[in-house]
Each structure stands twice: as structure tokens, then as C-alpha cells.
Design a protein around this ligand. Structure first.
Ligand code: CP
Length: 336
């Protein structure tokens, strides 16, 4: 695997989930695979889970790991070609990338959407520049439009917990309010990965089977995600209807994806607090598990009671980030 951006990059999901199960039972099984190989993690944006879990994954595989926080100690980087660099940006990404590539074997990139130019964000310009100019395999640690390491961990978590209650669970992705304008990367990837899993029976070795799922997305009008990620999904604008009978509630805020009105891209169209997931919302479900990628704004996205309930999976879901990252890095190392 030379690039990891979308669910298709991982190939057969059954195999990927089997590998995740194998790694979870012995996360050091491949601890010599990365000997004398260097992982460079490049962060253009903040992170807690991705930073720790991906670094741990590299260490599980015996890799050396370098972390570069571009905004804390590196030269300020220009990303657009053709710009007269007479401002505060000292270096162009087009020189910085091959230099970074010369010190490592694999590169992880975190680079969020700017949320002002939809075409630039949805073209995944920064990620593809790393693909083109680094000369090394690259993988997304949340880019402008996707967060596949998160979605892989989310799917694995659902596959672990679903068999205990319903082998074909109802999984609901719900928009929730937030004070700031956030990218669509997490919901885009979550939708893409759930749709890929929807029609498949996914055996998990000793853990159990996931016999596909029924996937529903709910959000206020105007928040329609890009159809490239949601084609085939059921959209239900009535949050209560969507929640009825659900086994898993995945809450997330996202700003306007600009699908129906391009000029609204990145805007906050609603702060309707009736979408905040509270105990009443959860009472509509089949005693659902609550999920969120974290970090989460309590009592905006979800109430204290719901996130602290025994059915909340936010901690095991975050812990599974180490597993998804180990599988992805293992696949990349095996292709070097
Ligand atoms: N879920 C997630 O990616 O968390 P961080 O932003 O802390 O890495």
C-alpha cells in the first residue's frame, strides 16, 4: 500500500478486520518489520489521539518515529504554487516535502480543510503534493476531506460490539451543534466506511461476525455531505425517526459541505441545541452505544450523562486507533 486516503486503499475489509483482530490480540507480533525504517508524522494541525496512537503503532512495528509540528518550530510554509512569497511564509511546501522525504521511509500527514475554498479542500491538494513530491508512501492522519484511520477504528469498534446485541446493527451518524466551524473529514470517512461495510458480512475471528448493517445519516437541511462519500446512504432529516431502534449513535458536528449551495461551504448554518444527544435522545434507541471520535464538546454535542453512561464507547473507540494505525503501517511496510 503506497497511499491511504480512502476505504478502497485498504482492499478487502474482511481481511483488514481480521488483521485488526490479530494485531489486537498481539500488537507486537510484527515488531521487527519496521527495523531501521523511519516514520515521519507531519502535523499542520493539533492532535492528541492521532499523534499518540500512530506513534505507538510505529513503535509496535519496531520503527523509528519523528514528529514534526509545522506550526511549532518549523519554517512557516507556503502551500500554493505561484504565490509571490513576500509575506511571513519562509519556505514552500514544494521544497519542504522532498526534504522531509529524504529523512524517512513513510509519511503520515495531518492537514485540515481551510473551509474557505471548497475546490482546493476537496482536491486534497496538500495530501497529493506529499504523494507526488516526497517519493515515499503517505497516509492520511486526517486531511482536508477524510479521516480514514478514525473510520477504520470506528468500524472495528462496531464490529467488536455489535455481535453482543445485533449482528446486523442499525448505525446512525447524527449531526450535533458546535460553536466553531468544523471540517467534514470525520463524517465523510465514517459514511464512506459504513457504506462499504453495509452490505458485507464481516467475520472477526473469535470475536464474532458483523452481518452488514443498516446505516442512516441524520442532520438539519443544508448539511448534506458530499455524495462521493454518501452514495447509497439513507438520509433522514427527522432526528427522532433516525434514532428509533438504533444500536449505535455516532454524533459529530460538521460545517456546511456546500453541496446544495457552494457559497455556504464551511459556514455554520445551525446551532440548534435540540440536536445535542441527551438521555431523551438515547431513550428513542435500542439502548444504543454512543460513539464520537473525540475531542468532544460536552453539553454541545452530547450531555455528561450520555458520554459517561456504560453504553458509551468513546474510550475503547479511541484506544482502537492504535490498532487501525498498526494495521495500516504494517501494510505499508510490507509493500516497501
Ligand atoms: N479523533 C482524533 O483524530 O483525535 P485527535 O484530533 O486528538 O488526533
Amino acid at each position: 500500500m503506497k497511499s491511504f486516503l480512502n476505504v478502497e486503499d485498504l482492499g478487502d475489509l474482511k481481511e483488514a478486520l481480521k488483521e485488526a483482530t490479530e494485531i489486537k490480540s498481539d500488537r507486537f507480533k510484527y515488531d521487527t518489520l519496521g527495523k531501521n525504517k523511519t516514520l515521519l508524522m507531519v502535523f499542520f494541525n493539533n492532535s492528541l489521539r492521532t499523534r499518540l496512537s500512530t506513534q505507538k503503532a510505529g513503535m509496535n512495528l519496531g520503527m523509528n518515529v519523528i514528529v514534526l509540528d509545522v506550526n511549532a518550530g518549523a519554517w512557516k510554509l507556503e502551500t500554493e504554487r505561484g504565490v509571490i512569497m513576500d509575506g511571513d511564509k519562509s519556505e514552500h511546501l514544494l521544497e519542504a516535502i522532498p526534504v522531509m522525504g529524504s529523512f524517512c521511509d513513510v509519511i503520515g500527514i495531518r492537514s485540515f480543510a481551510g473551509l474557505s475554498d471548497r475546490d482546493y479542500d476537496y482536491a486534497e491538494t496538500v495530501y497529493h503534493q506529499f504523494e507526488k513530491y516526497s517519493g515515499k508512501p503517505v497516509f492520511a492522519m486526517e486531511t482536508a476531506t477524510v479521516h480514514p484511520l478514525q473510520a477504520f477504528a470506528d468500524l472495528f469498534t462496531i464490529a467488536e460490539y455489535a455481535p453482543k446485541r445485533n449482528k446486523r446493527p442499525k448505525v446512525v451518524l447524527s449531526w450535533a451543534p458546535h460553536p466553531k466551524s468544523l471540517p467534514q473529514a470525520v463524517p465523510n470517512s465514517f459514511a464512506q466506511w459504513m457504506i462499504a461495510a453495509e452490505k458485507q458480512s464481516l467475520p472477526l475471528g473469535g470475536v464474532g461476525d458483523l452481518a452488514g448493517m443498516d446505516f442512516v445519516i441524520t442532520h438539519p437541511e443544508g448539511y448534506e455531505l458530499d455524495p462521493a462519500f454518501t452514495k447509497g446512504a439513507t438520509i433522514e432529516y427527522d432526528q427522532r425517526k433516525a434514532f428509533e431502534g438504533a444500536d449505535f449513535i455516532y454524533a459529530k458536528n460538521w460545517s456546511c459541505p456546500g453541496v446544495t449551495k457552494c457559497e455556504d461551504y464551511g459556514k455554520i448554518l445551525s446551532k440548534d441545541m435540540s440536536w445535542c444527544v441527551d438521555t431523551e435522545h438515547m431513550s428513542w434507541t435500542n439502548n444504543a452505544h454512543f460513539m464520537h471520535c473525540l475531542p468532544v464538546r460536552r453539553n454541545m454535542i452530547v450531555t455528561d450523562e450520555v458520554i459517561e453512561a456504560p453504553t458509551s464507547l468513546v474510550i475503547p473507540e479511541a484506544a482502537n486507533r492504535e490498532i487501525s494505525a498498526t494495521v495500516v503501517l504494517k501494510r505499508i511496510l510490507q509493500s516497501l
